[in-house]
Design a protein around this ligand. Sequence first.
Ligand code: HEM
Length: 142
Amino acid sequence: MSVPDGYGLLKGAHVAAAMTFVGGLLATAVLLPASRRLPLAARPVSHLALRWSRRVTAPAMLLVWTFGLVLALEGRWFSDLWLQMKLAFVVLLSALHGVQSGALRRWAGGQQPAPMAATAGAAPLILACVTVVAFLAVTKLT
Ligand code: HEM
């Protein structure tokens, strides 16, 4: 068994952060549409979801970007089409996290999340983006 070098360790940390980030996005994407049908007594769920988003999902997203940028600089990957395409999908996922955060804040504040943020279509969209991102990162096709 060989010991991973600094680049290998960084890549492992990058993938771990990406899994945490995507897990948070998916959990919120399932919860927000359900929020419209939950009774008022379920309000504490919104506070838990908001706290998880702020304390876990958002820092994980920052780590994904930080580790990813360092990997790209160290490996000189920026000129590769696979990374440029991957970045477009990751920007979309990061923007979705912003939309979800706003919706969670509204829900925790006692308001209905905006319909766009609470659409049931968000989860399949996230899954589709992550599939493309992982495929591009692993195969480096293009
Ligand atoms: C949701 C977001 C992301 C996911 C799910 C993701 C996923 C992955 C995976 C699975 C790998 C491992 C590929 C392999 O070893 O075969 C990887 C590597 C990598 N990622 Fe990401 N990534 C994300 C975001 C980013 C961002 C934002 C950047 C750059 C700014 C980035 C740049 C890289 C680079 C340069 C590598 C190393 C490629 C290599 O050396 O093989 N990633 N990513």
